[in-house]
Ligand binder design. Structure first.
Ligand code: MTE
Length: 314
């Protein structure tokens, strides 16, 4: 297995910001600072305190539904590695260190590799993807993610012909993630999708949101985003991507197999055993809205499940 770059110490401790930040981010930051001086309106989209990202392409996949405010998206989070309380995650994760960071690609691939996060990000044009997101608990948001299709990394890794699933693992570091000091889930957090779901063009790896680098509470520095599935599939702070032949046991399947199936497709016709999934509360709205099959992405993804009983394969 080859290693792209594996810094031993935390570069941000000893290096000026412009050196340890990805050069592209730094250039974007300085360009936008200059632009702000000349044309203040140009920087309105960012301005949430994070590092701006240079975006190569923008696509709205949420039918122009109103975007959730940055404030809500960054302060109402599920991230059990820090807490099971949604409101406290931003504060509890503020000292989390998303650099230096490596992501290992392994298992049934011809090109296993350990990537430095910034080297990995530089391999792909960055896209802004505006997606509806639906949590299994019944709330939803519309979020402008920044990232790149997972398919790009899969192509580079060259899966073996017997690879059928892709498994993702979150960092395990109870010294930084205080929620991991309690066994509320089996750590590290593991999620997985089928290979055909992984190469689907809607599936992305995200490094940012609202035009800026991902805040720690939203899964810095790298998270999965699968918009037609319940939010728990979109695993945060990924350190490992493994290709397997057998269906992996995910953290939520392990915690409650009757409640959380492998597929976790947003499906208003299949209730969670303890509550209905027919409607959802869009954060920022008063009335509940109807939940859409596959979270509104049926046209793009329904064919992946042709012939499957989605009540059994929930
Ligand atoms: N990833 C990890 N590692 N740990 C978690 O607890 N929670 C999941 C998902 N990814 C979770 C995770 C759940 S339940 C949801 S709804 C989304 O993250 C929330 O993502 P957000 O905070 O960006 O809205």
């Amino acid at each position: 297995m080859s290693i792209e770059k594996d810094p031993e110490i935390n570069e941000s401790d000893v290096t000026p910001k412009e050196v340890y930040l990805d050069r592209r981010e730094f250039m974007a930051a300085s360009v936008s600072a200059a632009a702000a001086a000349a044309f203040p309106a140009l920087t309105e989209a960012g301005g949430h305190g994070g590092t701006p990202l240079k975006i190569d392409k923008r696509v709205d996949y949420a039918s122009k539904e109103e975007q959730t405010s940055y404030k809500s998206a960054a302060s109402y989070n599920n991230f059990y590695e820090f807490s099971t309380e949604k409101e406290g995650i931003a504060e509890l994760s503020k000292d989390f260190r998303p650099r230096p960071w490596t992501v290992t690609v392994e298992g049934l691939v011809k090109k296993p590799k350990r990537y430095d996060i910034d080297a990995l990000t530089r391999l792909f044009p960055l896209e802004e993807r505006i997606y509806r997101m639906r949590c299994v608990e019944g709330w939803s948001m519309v979020i402008p993610w920044v990232g790149f299709p997972l398919d790009g990394l899969i192509k580079l890794s060259e899966p073996e012909s017997n690879a059928k699933f892709v498994e993702f693992t979150t960092l395990h570091d109870p010294s930084q993630m205080i929620g991991q000091r309690r066994e509320v889930l089996q750590w590290p957090y593991v999620e997985a999708i089928r290979l055909d779901e992984a190469v689907h063009p809607l599936t992305i790896l995200s490094v940012g949101m609202y035009g800026e680098v991902l805040p720690n509470q939203n899964g810095a520095p790298l998270r999965l985003v699968v918009p037609w599935k319940y939010g728990f599939k979109s695993i945060k702070s990924i350190v490992k991507i493994r290709f397997t032949q057998q269906m992996p046991i995910t953290s939520w399947m392990q915690a409650g197999p009757q409640e959380y199936g492998f597929y976790a497709n947003v499906n208003p016709n299949v209730d969670h055993p303890r509550w209905s999934q027919a409607t959802e509360r869009r954060i920022g709205e008063l009335l509940r809205r109807k939940t859409l099959m596959f979270n509104g992405y049926a046209e793009q993804v329904a064919a992946l499940y042709a012939g499957m009983d989605l009540r059994k394969n929930f």
